[in-house]
Ligand binder design. Structure first.
Ligand code: ADP
Ligand code: MG
Length: 199
């Protein structure tokens, strides 16, 4: 079973990898965006870490709802509301249980990813974070390590795609040949989950 501490570790691992990879995320956002994705998420996850330290939520759901709220309030770009919705909706789906199973987390994340697709209107293949998140949720039944691999492959597979949502879509065919920054950061989020699980 997964307790609040597991979810706290997930957010901390993600904050650390976003910190390490911020320059790369911003560099990916340079040719097909406005070169702010790394700094956006760095600001957001720094605020998430501070909020979790301060409030120490006692349940898995409360950890994710607080993290989601903080991302929405601190990240100005498109990715803030989208990641915020992902974590908030996943947290709400987990309810107020003190511990949740891997199956419950997989189901809750599915609801979170559906909420992101509804909010942003993106579907798989549109060259967005959805291209890492959907394969990860699909693979979660095979474990956290499988989800991490699926997210990383999903992020890499955005390179030949033409963007159909977000800022990159303004470039039309010129968006082809670049890896999507949001799919790349989503792979970091899923890797953080595997790290929290000790995988
Ligand atoms: P902004 O585009 O406002 O500068 P960021 O640079 O922080 O925001 O985030 C860009 C990332 O957000 C993209 O790489 C993409 O993965 C994701 N994104 C943008 N629009 C959407 C959308 N409508 N649905 C899902 N993801 C999106
Ligand atoms: Mg940007």
């Amino acid at each position: 079973m997964l307790d609040a501490d597991f979810f706290h570790r997930w957010m901390a691992a993600t904050a650390a990898s976003v910190d390490r990879e911020a320059e790369r995320l911003t560099a990916l956002d340079s040719p097909i965006g406005d070169a702010d994705h790394g700094s956006n998420l760095q600001r957001g996850f720094t605020a998430v870490s501070a909020a979790l330290e301060e409030e120490a939520p006692a349940t898995p759901g409360a950890v994710l709802v607080l993290a989601g709220r903080r991302l929405i309030s601190t990240v100005g770009g498109a990715s803030g509301p989208l990641y915020g919705t992902l974590l908030r909706r996943t947290g709400k789906a987990l309810g107020d249980a003190a511990e949740v199973s891997e199956e419950q987390l997989a189901q809750a994340l599915r609801e979170g990813v559906d909420a992101v697709m509804q909010l942003g209107g993106a579907a798989p293949g549109d060259k967005t974070m959805i291209d890492a998140l959907v394969p990860a949720v699909d693979a979660l039944g095979d474990g956290f390590g499988a989800a991490r691999t699926a997210a990383e492959q999903g992020a890499l597979a955005t390179t030949p795609l033409q963007a159909r949502k977000g800022r990159a879509s303004y470039l039309g065919e010129r968006s082809i040949g670049h890896q999507d920054p949001g799919a790349t950061s989503s792979a970091l989020l899923v890797a953080g989950l595997a790290e929290a699980a000790g995988e």
